[in-house]
Design a binder for this molecule. Structure first.
Ligand SMILES: NC(=O)c1ccc[n+]([C@@H]2O[C@H](COP(=O)([O-])OP(=O)(O)OC[C@H]3O[C@@H](n4cnc5c(N)ncnc54)[C@H](OP(=O)(O)O)[C@@H]3O)[C@@H](O)[C@H]2O)c1
Length: 294
């Protein structure tokens, strides 16, 4: 398994440990990955230290262990490396891979890598299940909504670049984690599934909901889209990974990012929580950690 120290991977492991206590699991972690959140789990975790983007790491792992299943959460773009290493040892374990609905973006600079990676996965001789989440939220460890919640709580406003009418359908990390577990438990399930959240909202509706849950008004400051693109580009160039907003996020505000999850509902019993319930849980969690005011 890759990604066990991340948001989705950690939640998946919690479910996995409840269902299969004391089960042995090989986890690929980076030298600096923070494993402290995994120490309480009642599992036999073997750590393979490396980098899931390199063939050297996978070659080393496959020389020591041939897994029945590989759960690859870290990054879809690395899939060609894994497939090439599997070819060398002529094994075809089942693959459960986390992709992204970002593949549907009209901005090729962001979607092309995912299209290429999915194309490579389609050539795999073995069985695979590709899960494509939309924007993931659910805790202070998410990359998206927790920043928005924090900003709105502190400043009582949020900029809306462009019309703000485009649709989003964020998925709770916990619902995604449960879907990974279901995919693992149903070895006959194959193919790709979009995993979106329980509610479709426009960005403006999201801000109204956030204000309701924080118990304070969130003023929506309308700004031209170009202003957002310029600011995000400058921030990204200066702050790199630490930038609070990415250029891609602003550009993609113009796209509707709502995708049905009927196939996942049917095959993976995927019934994601509503955005109001999920955000309420995230607000409560952030309050309990004093990240936002109570
Ligand atoms: N966040 C979103 O809104 C979103 C939307 C659609 C799809 N996705 C995809 O969904 C998956 C899970 O997202 P998440 O937000 O739960 O992830 P996350 O919290 O950022 O965690 C990523 C995990 O992958 C590990 N990882 C990353 N690169 C690695 C490498 N080169 N070698 C070994 N381990 C590596 C990280 O290890 P460290 O602990 O060392 O960092 C961490 O455990 C990712 O594939 C992501 O691209 C995310």
């Amino acid at each position: 398994m890759t990604g066990c120290t991340g948001l989705t991977g950690g939640l998946f492991l919690n479910y996995f440990a409840q269902l299969f206590p004391e089960r042995e699991l090989n986890c690929l972690v980076r030298p600096n990955s923070d494993r402290s959140s995994l120490s309480h789990l009642k599992l036999k975790l073997n750590y393979c230290v490396g980098d899931s983007s390199t063939a050297e790491t996978w070659d080393r792992i496959f020389s020591e262990v041939i897994p029945d299943t590989i759960i690859h959460i870290a990054q879809l773009r690395q899939i060609a490396t894994i497939l090439n290493c599997l070819k060398k040892i002529k094994k075809i374990p089942r693959l459960i891979v986390i992709g992204t609905t970002g593949i549907y973006s009209q901005y090729n600079e962001y979607s092309q890598d995912y299209k290429t990676a999915e194309g490579q996965l389609k050539t795999y001789q073995g069985s695979y299940c590709l899960l494509r989440p939309t924007m993931i939220y659910g805790s202070h460890r998410d990359k998206n909504l927790h920043k928005l919640l924090k900003f709105c709580d502190r400043y009582g406003f949020f900029p809306v670049f462009g019309s703000g009418d485009n649709l989003i359908q964020p998925v709770h990390a916990d619902d995604l984690a449960q879907a990974i577990l279901t995919a693992l438990q149903k070895p006959n399930i194959q193919g790709a599934y979009d995993l979106s959240g329980g509610t479709v909202v426009s960005f403006r509706e999201l801000l109204t909901l956030v204000g309701k849950l924080l118990g304070k008004p969130v003023r929506q400051i309308s700004l031209p889209l170009n202003a957002g693109i310029w600011s995000a580009t400058i921030l990204e160039n200066i702050l790199k990974e630490r930038s609070p907003v990415r250029r891609e996020q602003i550009l993609r505000l113009q796209e509707d990012k709502a995708y049905p999850h009927d196939a996942a509902q049917k095959d993976l019993d995927f019934f994601p929580r509503s955005l109001e319930v999920g955000l309420q849980q995230e607000v409560a969690l952030m309050r309990s950690l004093s990240i936002i005011s109570s």
